[in-house]
Design a protein. Sequence first.
Length: 161
Amino acid sequence: MTKIAKNTICLWYERDAEEAARFYAKTFPDSSVGAVHRAPGDFPSGKQGDVLTVEFTVMGIPCLGLNGGPAFKHNEAFSFQVATEDQAETDRYWNAIVGNGGQESECGWCKDKWGVSWQITPIALIKAYTSSDLSAAKRAFDAMMTMKKIDVAVIEAAVRG
């Protein structure tokens, strides 16, 4: 038996926790799928032998996917924020999530096909809107407010004025 993490993010899926975990593992570095546990008996949204939980890691963060049925849906109150180094990395993650049945949202947010929210956030944007130069920070923030996927070149131009 492996050591159980003291703090694990539990994500509720209708029935596709294993598929989601495998997608995250192939998409993000330092991500993997661990144990897949099958239900020892029938449960409200499944039968004995169905996948009940999946242990996985997303960018070093331990997670547990629970196939709990349709009772609860993901929403933007929880999201993974992924800090990206450049436009190519931003595009790669954004396109992987949206291109796999996900959907775009505003200001660097998107949802995967299971409804989990992701913030694909270039480090250039974080530095820009937290800058001590309040005018530059506001220009970058205002530029971000017009975007779906973040365009690093536009943010950098906004900072320059």
